[in-house]
Design a protein around this ligand. Structure first.
Ligand SMILES: Cc1cc2nc3c(=O)[nH]c(=O)nc-3n(C[C@H](O)[C@H](O)[C@H](O)COP(=O)(O)O)c2cc1C
Length: 370
């Protein structure tokens, strides 16, 4: 499925990785692209100038060797500051600017940013216009990511999306939940369909897409130009090639072989350690390893044991051994049936804007030790 055209950029295909703070860093984006994702938006970079030089922000803004177009997401509450943040990121290589109006967390919402902005349409559109005005002279398209609305009785996605289109936005992504829902309940796709029907610009459907079958259903139901996948790609980035294969052939692609998955994971971890340095890298790699093994036999025991390891070398060697043993019994990843339940929010660093939605154990596990 061809990707939408954004300004002078034709996106490689219609399967996008969702921006996930603490997850979609450059190594993870590159892995997802290698596995078939056509587009990856980088993590939110704050519009607060005082944080632009922080290590965290500069890691987030690291696009070395990344396949274009480079898309950077910004979030904030003040139109001139957002315009400045757009200009700053464009000067540092951003080719597309994405505005975050889809993030439900308190730390962001209390500052009137993220999805909280959906409640104040005039301010939201003021921000959109200011960012478009800052980006347009550079030929940089601006996109918008939002939810279906503030709460069940105030689903204003269509109105806001129409306003954003009129202000010059090039593409809108809708996560099929309200801000009030957080990550609870099920995503709904009727509102996304309504947004698609109302707009001339490309619309991206997002929320709870976790299999090739679901991808096809959501595309058919919404008529969206593309789909965006977040949590289902954690530890399973090959979902993109599985979806691509299914959409083009109607056939299910077999799971990767144990050997290839092990090699991909090790390569990903090496990139991860290089970006973060060995101490931070070793700690933040744990979540990626945990996701990669979670639906495999013995995965939970391995995750617990691996969390006690204190060096990158030990992680790599444990992982290789674990997969090598599995390769003795299985050719392909032997995924266990998924337990039914609500999708989890795990993934974010404890200090980022999503930590509030994690349960106590997840927070403890992800808390930086330094
Ligand atoms: C750990 C985590 C971090 C996220 N960070 C961001 C973010 O920085 N910006 C954003 O627009 N959405 C963020 N989201 C929301 C996702 O982009 C996506 O809209 C949401 O997870 C629903 O898609 P999914 O069901 O495929 O995961 C985050 C989600 C998760 C799970």
């Amino acid at each position: 499925m061809p990707g939408p055209q954004l300004g002078s950029h034709r996106l490689a295909n219609a399967l996008f990785v969702a921006p996930m703070a603490g997850v979609t860093d450059r190594p993870f984006r590159q892995l997802c692209r290698r596995m078939g994702a056509g587009y990856a938006v980088s993590e939110m970079v704050t519009s607060r100038k005082d944080l632009w030089n922080s290590l965290k922000t500069s890691r987030r803004a690291n696009h070395e060797g990344e396949q274009g177009p480079i898309a950077v997401q910004i979030a904030g509450t003040d139109a001139p500051m957002m315009a400045e943040a757009a200009a700053y990121n464009i000067a540092r290589g951003a080719q597309i600017i994405d505005i975050n109006m889809g993030c439900p967390a308190k730390k962001v919402c209390s500052k009137w940013a993220g999805s909280a902005l959906m409640q104040d349409e005039p301010l939201a559109l003021q921000i959109v216009s200011a960012v478009v005005e800052a980006a347009a002279p550079h030929g940089v398209p601006v996109t918008l990511k939002m939810r279906t609305g503030w709460c069940e009785s105030e689903k204003n996605a269509v109105k806001l999306a129409l306003g954003a289109q009129a202000a010059g936005v090039a593409m809108v992504t809708v996560h099929g939940r309200t801000r009030e829902q957080g990550y609870k309940g099920q995503a709904e796709y009727d509102t996304i369909r309504a947004v698609k029907a109302a707009l001339q610009i490309p619309v991206v459907a997002n929320g709870d897409i976790d299999s090739p079958e679901k991808a096809r259903e959501v595309l058919a139901h919404t008529g969206a130009d593309a789909i965006m996948i977040g949590r289902a790609a954690q530890g399973r980035p090959w979902i993109f090639r599985e979806i691509a294969h299914y959409l083009s052939t109607g056939q299910t692609l077999p799971a990767p072989t144990v050997v290839e998955a092990s090699d991909w994971l090790v390569e990903h971890l090496q990139e991860h350690y290089t970006l973060y340095g060995s101490l931070t890298g070793m700690r933040t790699a744990r979540k990626h390893i945990g996701w990669a093994v979670r639906d495999l036999p013995g995965g939970e025991e391995f995750r617990q044991a691996m969390n006690l390891l204190e060096s990158c070398e030990a992680q790599i060697s444990a992982l290789r051994q674990w997969f090598a043993r599995m390769a003795g019994d299985y050719e392909r990843l032997p995924y266990l049936a998924k337990p039914q339940g609500e999708p989890t929010m795990a993934g974010s660093d404890a200090d980022d804007e999503h930590a509030m939605t994690m349960n106590a154990n997840q927070q403890k596990e992800l808390r930086p030790l330094a």
